[in-house]
Design a protein. Structure first.
Length: 350
C-alpha cells in the first residue's frame, strides 16, 4: 500500500503547482531540454520512422498515468472490424517481467505478457504482440499473422520510430494537469496549442478537459459477472448489481486512478469500501482480508485472479462499456486509406 500511496501523492501533486511540483521543476527543465534535442534529431532525420507494409494507428496520451488508452483500443478495434479491417495490436506490456518481443495468447500469464495486453487478447480475440521496441513487435505481429492489414498500437505516442497514418490522443478529467513536464507535472511532452496533424482527440471524461477540439467517450458499468463466469466469457448482468444493493462490498482496483472505478460503482447504488492498489498490482497474494464476503474488481485486475484462488469470497468483475461515438469513428476513418480487398482465404491482396 505504501507504493500506491506514494503514486497517489505524486498524481495529486501534478494537479496543481504546489511545493512538491516546484521542487521537481529543475528536473522537469532538464527533461524539457532532452525533449528539445530529440525533436531536433527527428526534424533532421536522425531518428526516421521505420517503414511497415500496413497502416498504423497509435492510441496514446500526453500525460503520465492511465487516461483510458486500453478501452479506447478495444472500441477502436471493434469499429475497424465493422469497417472491413483485420486489425492486430502491439503494446509495450507494462507490468511484465521482461522487454523481449512476445505474442500474447489467451493463456499467457499477465506477468509475462502484461495485464492490459492479456485483457485485449481475451476480450477481442485479435492478435497481440508486446515489446519495448514497438517496430520489432509490429514486424513480429505481421510475420505471425499475415491476415492483419492494420496495426493499432496501445500506447507508443512518443515512440517516433513507429510510423503512423493517424493517432488518437486520449485525455481524462485531469486534462494537462498543472501544465508542467515530468516529473513536476504529468506531461510527457509539451501540450500543443492545436490538435496535431492526423490526430483525433478523445475525452475519457464527462466534458472536454483541455482547449483542444475533440470527442466525448461514453463510459458505463452495465453490470457485474462472477469471476469464474467471466473467465468463461459470460456477459455482465444488471441483476447482479441489484442483488448487491444495500450490502457493503469491497471494491479493489490496481489501476492508475482507482477512485474513478469506486465512484462509478457508488453511482450504481453500491455501498463501497475502497481498496486502492498500485497500478498493475500483481495480485501474487490476495490483497483483501480473509473472510471478506463480496469483492468487486476491474477486468484489468481480473486477468490476474484465477477463480480457484479466491476461496469462499465472492469476487465480481465489472466490465467497462466504452463507446467512442459515431463522430469520432467518422473522423478517424477519414484519416485511413480504404481497407484492402481480400483473397478467398481472408488474406489481403497485394
Amino acid at each position: 500500500m505504501a507504493r500506491a500511496s506514494a503514486s497517489q501523492r505524486l498524481q495529486q501533486a501534478w494537479l496543481s503547482r504546489g511545493p512538491l511540483a516546484w521542487a521537481l521543476l529543475p528536473v522537469a527543465a532538464l527533461y524539457g531540454v532532452l525533449l528539445g534535442v530529440r525533436r531536433l534529431l527527428i526534424r533532421f532525420g536522425a531518428l526516421p520512422p521505420q517503414a511497415l507494409p500496413v497502416p498504423v494507428v497509435v492510441v496514446g496520451n500526453l500525460i503520465a498515468g492511465g487516461a483510458g488508452k486500453t478501452p479506447t483500443v478495444m472500441a477502436l478495434v471493434t469499429m475497424l472490424r465493422r469497417r472491413g479491417w483485420c486489425p492486430g495490436i502491439v503494446s509495450r506490456g507494462h507490468g511484465r517481467a521482461a522487454d523481449q518481443v512476445l505474442e500474447v495468447l489467451a493463456d499467457t500469464p499477465a506477468a509475462r505478457g502484461g495485464d492490459e495486453p492479456r485483457l485485449l487478447r481475451m476480450r477481442l480475440g485479435a492478435p497481440v504482440v508486446v515489446g519495448r521496441d514497438r517496430v520489432a513487435a509490429a514486424r513480429e505481429l505481421l510475420r505471425r499473422h499475415p491476415e492483419v492489414d492494420l496495426i493499432v498500437s496501445d500506447d507508443g505516442l512518443q515512440h517516433r520510430r513507429l510510423p503512423r497514418v493517424a493517432q488518437v490522443l486520449v485525455f481524462d478529467e485531469r486534462g494537462s494537469g498543472n501544465g508542467w513536464l515530468l516529473p513536476a507535472g504529468p506531461l510527457r511532452e509539451p501540450m500543443p496549442e492545436r490538435v496535431p496533424p492526423r490526430s483525433v482527440v478523445l475525452y475519457n471524461a464527462p466534458t472536454p478537459s483541455t482547449p483542444l477540439r475533440g470527442h466525448i467517450a461514453r463510459r458505463a458499468l452495465r453490470g457485474l459477472v462472477p469471476l469464474r463466469d467471466w473467465w468463461a466469457g459470460a456477459p455482465p448482468s444488471p441483476q447482479a448489481l441489484q442483488a448487491l444493493a444495500g450490502r457493503e462490498v469491497l471494491a479493489c482496483a490496481g489501476t492508475a486512478h482507482p477512485a474513478r472505478f469506486f465512484d462509478m460503482l457508488r453511482a450504481l447504488g453500491l455501498s463501497v469500501r475502497p481498496l486502492p492498489l498500485a497500478d498493475h498490482h500483481d495480485f501474487a497474494t490476495l490483497p483483501w482480508p480473509a473472510g471478506t464476503d463480496h469483492v468487486v474488481v476491474t477486468e484489468k485486475d481480473a486477468v490476474k485472479l484465477e477463480a480457484g484462488r479466491v476461496g469462499a469470497t465472492r469476487v465480481w468483475v465489472a466490465p467497462l462499456d466504452f463507446e467512442t461515438g459515431d463522430a469520432f469513428d467518422a473522423e478517424l476513418s477519414g484519416l485511413l486509406p480504404p481497407p484492402p480487398t481480400r483473397t478467398s482465404d481472408g488474406h489481403p491482396t497485394a
